[in-house]
Design a binder for this molecule. Sequence first.
Ligand code: GLN
Ligand code: ZN
Length: 755
Amino acid sequence: MHIHNLGFPRIGAKRELKFSLEKYWRGEITQAEFLTSCKQLRQQNWQLQHDAGVEWLPVGDFAHYDHVLNTTLMLGLAPERFVANDSNALDLEFRVARGQAPSGCQCAASDMTKWFNTNYHYIVPELNENLLASLTPVNAQSLISQCEEAKQVSDKTKAVLLGPISYLYLSVCQDEEKLSLLPALLVRYRALLEQLSLAGITWLQLDEPVLGLELDEIWQDAFTSAYQQLDKGRLKLLLTSYFASIDHHVELIKPLDFDGLHIDLVTQEKDVTAIVNALPEHWVISLGVINGRNIWKTDLVSVYQKLQPLYRQLNDRLWIAPSCSLLHSPVDLQQESKLDAEFKSWLAFAKQKCEELTLLKYALEHENSDEITLYSNAALARCVSKRIHNESVRTRINGLSHDDFHRKQSFLERKVVQQKALNLPILPTTTIGSFPQTGDIREVRAKWRRKEITEKQYQSLIEEEIRNTIIKQEDIGLDVLVHGEAERNDMVEYFGELLEGVAFTQFAWVQSYGSRCVKPPIIFGDVSRKQAMTISWINYAQSLTDRPVKAMLTGPITILCWSFVRDDISREDVAKQIALAISDEVVDLVDNGTQIIQIDEPAIREGMPIKQSEWQSYLSWATAAFCLSAAKAPAKTQIHSHMCYSEFNDILPAIIALDADVLTVETTRSNMALLDAFDEQAYPNDLGPGVYDIHTPNVPEVDWMVDLLEKAQKYIPIERLWVNPDCGLKTRSWQETKLALENMVTAVKKLRSAY
Ligand code: GLN
Ligand code: ZN
């Protein structure tokens, strides 16, 4: 039996990659210094895995920015607009990723999007016929030389590469049908494999995560023909899937010339024996038995019991590994010094997950489960610990009935009551919540955290910021104001820290994209609200103005999706618990006289399961959780929600089911095209399609916004239209923000006078 790993977190236990990337971008270190730091980091990562007992070390999982981008560069497929003006390989990479690099001219960066249902973002390949036909050579040298580097740590190395079908599936093509580009893409993949084979590489892990999807027949045929055509030379190919089961594609896979298959045994419980028996007898079977995406210690005894018969059957054909690349897990638990011993005993980060595999291998080979029994006690103890159980939360959940998930009155009835109470003009203007987060505000929060200022000082500094924000909004002439979110570092962290059942670490960072890392909260127990979370700030803001101030809450699905979540109860149940806590806040806000409450749900879409056939059941519990959080609001309280993406076509019924009185969405980048979705299926409630993109510093012109709003009226009657930017303004400067919002208000005035 062999232990291998699909990939390791590249950022380093101390986020070394982040810091050296940013230093390089700022020009504080040279290119050579940057590259040396990356090389050290790779060595460090391999050494760590090796010491933890990993036998086949992954090579090619490291990336300066992103591994999909690496694949693009190896294939010689950087979009033409970048290649034209550059000869510096590293800066070409950064220009594709972020539009700029220390050398060369600026360029519009390639798009970035979420990697399946994770919080990792990859750089989307941009393909077209000309690019694929161009003469830019395929070059596997970076991967080959990293394999050489890794030999300093171990002889057993396994190169990792994103396979052609997933690569194509995840790319965007301008004009052509994607699959028409496959033959040309395969020419490049063949060249890549040839180089790897000639370099003497033995194992190649070909990642094909799209196998978890329900591929239609055309893509299935493409898969078959692609792998029939790839010449593997002397390489051994480990076909690798993760994030979902692939039972439905076994027939597709088995006739092809692979040497092994990796399957994720954690995400979905499936019949492994049936798969094993279906596959050729010489194949290696790699079983992903340790969850690569959470932070919980594994109950190794139960894994052992499952694996024992398979080990007897497969012997050295059996490989064991984490379910997916450990890219999605933090690096090393040992660094955490502030967690209490009990809590810490429940956790395992990337390094510990590798060690778990070693323990498991020992137990299987020696038929001795003593050590893993001892080890697993903590994992088992977590599930029965008093700390994770809260009877009153359970009682509330059990007592929920149909009415708790629905507002009492219909939208039409609510609209009348709200209009009477709020008396808003046609095309009401508002913002999405946050206002510019200046260095000063960050400093105030940091000082407060470090206890360098008192609670009282902190409160008055934040209040001062709120006051300024309210005054500015009044001056600009907005109709519905917000307090500006100055007290929040992050929309999930802020609430997480105030909820019971949620914990925070010091160093459990995971890469989100490039140098950006996130430190997700850990939802470990039953969630409840300890105390009011937003009331005092909102009350203060409302006391300063006669215009309505909209309170800001983060919705249950977003809190769920952006956290590490307990695995002893279903995600649906966790979502319900969070929803109840948010609902308590809604009730308090209403009692305090708040007339408008926004419950942000930017993450609903990313929580979607990999398989389309499972979307419906997810969407129904996800929307139910949102509704549960909002349902107690009386008719007079206007509930807003916000989502910052623009693909609604396939999930509009779920969006309608949220039954928010007002929904604000991103639309600018699609030039209101997304509203097509709303048109066909008739969105019934109020809608605020964003009229300008907050991701750029450009100030939008009045006429341009007038134009967009006129377009929007073709889809949504003016009586149901709101006017707002695409998203929160926290990353912008006050100067731009003020000009942009003033133009927005002017645009609305023009339209109102014509109405
Ligand atoms: N209310 C949040 C803000 O304005 C919403 C952020 C988001 O959609 N991601 O910052
Ligand atoms: Zn947004």
